[in-house]
Design a binder for this molecule. Structure first.
Ligand SMILES: C[S@@+](CC[C@H](N)C(=O)[O-])C[C@H]1O[C@@H](n2cnc3c(N)ncnc32)[C@H](O)[C@@H]1O
Length: 300
């Protein structure tokens, strides 16, 4: 079980680590299960979430001890998980820039996560300050922190909604206010759909987004796979089982099938380091070590 409500120090090192983690994360008391100042009310402090674990991998401070506990265990089975997360963010950046190069100025970033370096509105508005961005997440910490970061930024907003609730995302008042559905929109589903089980029919969900988008729109997509390194990746799946976001692995063919309504642009569905790398750090000698497939598709 990963449900660890209270961190118990078993050594001096542990104690120091826990106390430092507590201080740097703004805990109000030594009780690890107490809600820190920055966490919204009602958030489940006892179950790890994908958003907060990912924040932990990226060195962020918006995670709880349960998330760090899970994250540390994941590091044992997938030792390069932090590098994988950084690399996935680099893919997101390149996919957004690609869409900007195609003339798209509207972005719908679903499963946007806890804001970190290189958020979509920063990339898009650096290229064109007129770019408009709607973030969507169903995790309360991600939503609260996005709201705080965005403040009264005019051309970016956050909607708390579930990917599976297509109308709830596309017809939310903030989405309708921010995006013009008569012009192309780039939808980002980056490191998101592996949190959707087959029983929720992600193929159909993605089709419903596709149908609502105007021609010339894009989909930026990435997804965890066990095609290589199945053993370690299975370990990760097992660890996430008791979190808020269990993981479903998919093969390259299954990923291509999921986004099959879109016309996939070159180089196709590939390990993310191979998707149009533009710096030396983007290039990996063994791209399969990224365990994440990436692709960009266009609605023709
Ligand atoms: C691994 S993070 C990825 C963040 C960002 N897209 C990136 O790639 O850097 C996955 C995010 O998807 C969100 N998420 C998972 N399932 C979701 C759902 N059904 N609807 C909306 N968001 C979801 C999680 O809360 C988390 O913030």
């Amino acid at each position: 079980m990963i449900n660890v409500p209270v961190a118990v120090a078993t050594s001096l090192d542990d104690a120091e680590m826990i106390s430092v983690a507590g201080r740097t994360n703004g805990w109000r008391s030594r009780e690890m299960q107490q809600r820190p100042d920055w966490a919204p009310e009602g958030v489940d402090l006892e179950k790890p979430s994908a958003a907060r674990c990912y924040d932990f991998y990226l060195g962020g401070a918006y995670n709880f001890e349960v998330d760090r506990e899970l994250g540390r265990k994941v590091m044992e089975v997938v030792p390069n998980v932090q590098e994988i997360a950084i690399n996935n963010r680099a893919f997101l950046r390149r996919a957004v820039r690609y869409c900007l190069d195609q003339g798209v100025r509207q972005f719908l970033d679903i499963g946007s996560g806890i804001p970190t370096v290189g958020n979509v509105h920063e990339i898009a508005q650096a290229a064109d300050p007129e770019s408009r961005v709607v973030y969507v997440d169903n995790e309360p910490v991600a939503v609260a922190h996005s709201r705080a970061i965005l403040g009264d930024t005019e051309r970016a907003t956050i909607v708390q909604a579930d990917l599976l609730d297509v109308e709830g995302v596309l017809d939310a008042p903030e989405t309708r206010r921010m995006l013009d559905f008569s012009r192309p929109i780039a939808v980002m589903m980056v490191a998101l759909v592996h949190f959707v089980a087959d029983s929720s029919n992600p193929r159909e969900v993605i089709r419903r987004y596709y149908e609502r988008l105007p021609a010339g729109s894009y989909l930026g997509f990435s997804h965890v796979t066990g095609d290589h390194y199945m053993e370690g990746v299975q370990g990760l799946v097992k660890l996430y089982e008791d979190s808020i976001n269990p993981v479903t692995l998919r093969t390259r063919e299954e990923v291509a099938e999921l986004i099959g309504d879109f016309e996939i642009v070159e180089p196709g569905v590939v390990y993310v380091p191979d998707w149009r790398p533009d710096t030396e750090e983007d290039v990996w000698e063994q791209p399969e070590r990224s365990i994440v497939y990436g692709a960009v598709g266009r609605k023709v």
